[in-house]
Ligand binder design. Sequence first.
Ligand code: IMP
Length: 196
Amino acid sequence: MKLLFATNNSHKLSEVQQLLGGLYTLVTPADMGLTEDIPETQKTLEGNALQKASHIYGKLNVACFADDTGLEVDALNGAPGVHSARYSGSDKNLAKNVDKLLHELEGHTNRKACFRCVIALVDGEKEVLFEGRVDGEILLERSGTGGFGYDPVFRPDGYECSFAEMSAEEKNSISHRGKAIEKLVAYLREKPLSTL
Ligand code: IMP
């Protein structure tokens, strides 16, 4: 069965496909000929996830889901949060975002942070939200080359290494997105969607 995932992010696509296993084969808007940017202009992760899924549903008239993720850092009062993608500027530069985060945290001893992921499922009749969260801390410097985004500087609680030093399976088993997808999968098992 196919399921439309409203994303242009290939890292997320492969993570989520791995999490869904054989239950659904993911299809993206680009696979359906829609290559435009997906808007995310809301003030919350929930708002952005719903905006992305609703936008793509409106364009393609196919049930779909979208996720929005934020890194929330205690010492920065929850920043970068919903602004995580554009923390260092509108060009969404991942390396510059990490540089800025490390700079902002210089001199802070409290480096507690969490990733929060909200998934919105939209099918024209209902809108359902699922949330996943993982707590940890921001490292003093980058460590590891796997994953993407802020992974090299995030160490989840209970682990000695960053997300970027874990295998994809290990990260997925404890990550914010992994937990949110688990809830989505449980929902879809109860209430399967009409397929593409
Ligand atoms: P969005 O959900 O695509 O808006 O992601 C917001 C920001 O968080 C982007 O800069 C992503 O690179 C980053 N991000 C999202 N998910 C993860 C993750 O699993 N690990 C590290 N960074 C992430």
